[in-house]
Design a protein around this ligand. Sequence first.
Ligand code: EPU
Length: 292
Amino acid sequence: MGLLTGFENVVRRNEPLAMHVWFQLGGHAEYYAEPENTDQLVELVHRCHDEDVEMRLLGQGSNILVRDEGVPGMVFHLSAPAFCGIRIEGRSIIAGGGALLGRTVTTAVHRGLAGLESLIGIPGTVGGALHGNAGTRSGNIGQWTIHATVLTGAGEICQRAGDELVFGYRQSSLDDLAILDAGCELEEDDPQDLARRMQKQWIIKKASQPMGHQSAGCVFKNPRGASAGELIDRAGLKGTRIGGAVVSDRHANFIVAEPECTSQDVLRLIDLIRNQVRDRMGMELELEMEIW
Ligand code: EPU
């Protein structure tokens, strides 16, 4: 049996990834699968595992730069309804790994459950948010998360809770192939009050960060005790351009891709920023964005 036998409707070959990522840049995936349910996903993972085919999981593509060469092997995308459910149980919200973080946040707020409202405006899926422990100065998703169901690269479904859930600054112990769902335990609060707090966060974010489809969140992590955006700004790099890649004028820790941009332009701009910040500010910057 071939790798794709029986999955012809679910897997595409040579899929351009640019249309699946916010930067709208980068090459192709050798295989691109949108399974309809967990059984199909598990079966495909088993086959890839048996045949040593590399596997990656793509959420909304809001924190990823795909190289112009593209990626070998299989890219999974969990956009089918089976992976995107959101439900409330008492004070908990349980969301599929493919559910949008934004929808999860607003669902909790409308039900009068507090905790996630500061995450409003962060793009991406719940799985992506947990993988990188998405957050703001006011909080992160990990601090509310009490369990997660993951799928390993060997095709095994496991529950993670307690000691197995460790969240740090933009990192987490959830680094298996896929996060299938996760539960957050929240606090009861007045829905109208909460909605007001959420709107305030949204306005602050819109005023301080570029919003749109040609960038991908903060490029670098904040070094301990400092802000990457401020360092890049003080190094005089706002507006610096390589090809079609430009350091955002609005927030220096964002790179905006103009229409003629390539991934190589972004990678060269990342190198330039790192070198200049090292030379002028004496600080090392570490990537937050993931590069494929
Ligand atoms: N600043 C500048 N110039 C700039 C950008 C920022 O001087 O171009 C200054 C600001 O004036 C402020 C300080 O730097 O005094 C911090 O800026 P900001 O409040 O925008 O926060 P940040 O540290 O740059 C972090 C997260 C953001 C998150 C915001 C708000 C990281 C790498 N960034 O940014 O998260 O939205 O706080 O809570 O942790 C992300 O992780 O992708 C992201 C965008």
